[in-house]
Ligand binder design. Structure first.
Ligand code: AP5
Ligand code: ZN
Length: 205
């Protein structure tokens, strides 16, 4: 099965996916993580994607759609199910899923107001060794990892505002594809409170 975790930038998709994965055993596929890994490795995809990502725009769908389709038809996903984080992110990507018969069991949207998102994004720090997601104020990192933490290049206020605008421009063209399986979750509480709400929806699977 495929569960989509959607929501604006810095809403907590990655944070919640870690919790969901642990409890339900799904495979977590984040197109943002895949793209950032490609940028880091300097692959052809990474070189093409970097400028779009840093500015806060979407990368062109043709760079990402086939990659996601290939990944979703692998055996581990048929066995364990998949948490799809950051895809589909434009109406043509939703259409590509329909065309490929990739059926979505649930489409969860984590809802958080824009001003909260700017604060969550600006304070985010990532641990490149463990993949752990921290926040300087809301989830302070332990002393021993502080030195190696990275600040995403698109986590500047300006890029975050562009990402927010991109999100608002696209989302209303995406949700109609999933209206039968659409669940909205209030993402303003603490991570564990948000997770409790998500569990209520996932347990109905
Ligand atoms: P992507 O990586 O998907 O970025 P995003 O959608 O902007 O989302 P984020 O990863 O920033 O936030 P999140 O919701 O995962 O929040 P997190 O849990 O980290 O995409 C990046 C770029 O790649 C795009 O801009 C685009 O260019 C490209 N791209 C990706 N997919 C694409 C596609 N399909 N098509 C085209 N282009 C694509 O949490 C954020 C912070 O808040 C953390 O510090 C965390 O600790 C904190 N936090 C989390 N939850 C809470 C809480 N409840 N309370 C307080 N703080 C919290
Ligand atoms: Zn993320």
């Amino acid at each position: 099965s495929i569960v989509v975790i959607a929501g604006p930038p810095a809403a907590g998709k990655g944070t919640q996916c870690e919790k969901i994965k642990e409890k339900y055993g799904f495979v977590h596929i984040s197109t943002g993580d895949i793209l950032r890994e490609n940028v880091k490795q300097g692959t052809e995809l990474g070189l093409k994607a970097k400028g779009f990502m840093d500015s806060g725009a979407l990368v062109p769908s043709e760079l990402i759609v086939d990659l996601v389709k290939d990944r979703l038809t692998k055996d581990d996903i048929k066995e364990k199910g998949c948490l799809l984080d950051g895809f589909p992110r434009a109406p043509d990507q939703a259409q590509a899923m329909v065309d490929a018969n990739l059926e979505v069991q649930k489409f969860l949207v984590i809802k958080v107001p824009d001003e909260t998102l700017v604060e969550r994004g600006c304070g985010r720090r990532l641990d490149p060794e463990t993949g752990e997601i921290y926040h300087l104020k809301f989830r302070p990192p332990p002393e021993e990892v502080v030195e190696r933490l990275v600040h995403r290049s698109d986590d500047q206020e300006e890029s975050i505002r562009v990402r927010l605008q991109t999100y608002h421009d696209q989302i209303d063209g995406i949700t109609p594809y999933f209206k039968e399986v659409l669940y909205e979750v209030d993402g303003t509480g603490k991570p564990n409170e948000v997770f409790d709400l998500i569990q209520e929806d996932l347990d109905k699977l």
